[in-house]
Design a protein around this ligand. Structure first.
Ligand code: 5GP
Length: 246
């Protein structure tokens, strides 16, 4: 039994606690939802429930296909026990379809299929507003070595292939997503944070309806939680529900 002790860190949507085990931390997924660098903030009932379970499910599938993740276990809905990592402040973004900031920044039409996928990195920093960053800058500011950056990007593309299939099997197109990595105490690079409708763009493959946080960014707040519930219902099997007592 891992018991939480001190609050280590409060982010925009999650709180991280130390535990009585030096190697583990507890992540509580809250119902807070923010957009525009935290300019808009609302509470969305059950968001923490859905996102924690969706993250646990995706991380388990990734683990089963050879990707190291920080997940130890879903302790209960809303709460994950994870391996303690020293997080690398890079947001690694993979895109299969052009939309969002890509089409606002570059001359490419919204909806263009991207094959091969595009991979980008942003520097995760509230102070600097998450600017785009490349390998040279990442090395110069001491975020990671070239070997580590290469490993991170190669792993992100593998994760994309696994997730694309996982979502398509349940009628969802994985448009793009953001992931983060950290180092464990042996210095090994491991997938951390979350993968959920907060950090992915997901479209229904039949209707092309949005099933993710973009609804909130566009001010369609009343549709947000039914979209997250839909993703949950499609990904989480009866077996998962039995295992996690849902
Ligand atoms: P874009 O750069 O088009 O705004 O976002 C690309 C993808 O990365 C989207 O799936 C978006 O949800 C995700 N993403 C980018 N930045 C962030 C961020 O700061 N937080 C979260 N949760 N997701 C992000």
């Amino acid at each position: 039994m891992t018991e939480k002790t001190n609050l280590m860190y409060t982010g925009k949507a999650k709180s991280v606690y130390e535990t009585d085990n030096d190697d583990y931390v507890i992540v509580e997924f809250r119902d807070d939802m923010t957009a525009g660098d935290g300019a808009r903030k609302e509470t969305m009932d059950k968001k923490g429930y859905y996102n924690s379970i969706i993250t646990a499910k995706i991380f388990e599938v990734l683990e089963s296909q050879g990707i190291d993740t920080q997940l130890i276990e879903l302790e209960k809905p809303g709460t994950l026990i994870v391996k303690k990592l020293d997080m690398i402040p890079l947001e690694v973004i993979v895109r299969n379809i052009a939309t969002g900031s890509l089409v606002r920044t570059f001359p490419i039409e919204d909806g263009t299929k991207l094959n091969p996928p595009i991979i980008q990195t942003d520097f995760k920093s509230d102070k600097f507003h998450d600017p785009a960053i490349n390998d040279s800058i990442s090395k110069a500011i001491g975020l990671a070595s070239q070997e580590e950056l290469d490993f991170i990007k190669e792993t992100a593309l593998k994760i994309n292939e696994i997730m694309k299939k996982m979502f398509l099997d349940v009628g969802i197109i994985l448009v793009d997503f953001k992931i983060e990595f950290g180092k464990d105490k042996e210095g090994k690079i491991i997938l951390g944070d979350e993968i959920s409708p907060d950090s992915c763009r997901l479209w229904d493959s039949k209707t092309m309806d949005m099933l993710d946080k973009e609804l909130f960014r566009k001010g369609q707040d009343d549709k947000v939680m039914s979209a997250y519930e839909e993703v949950f219902n499609r990904l989480i099997t009866d077996e998962d529900k039995a295992k996690w007592n849902l």
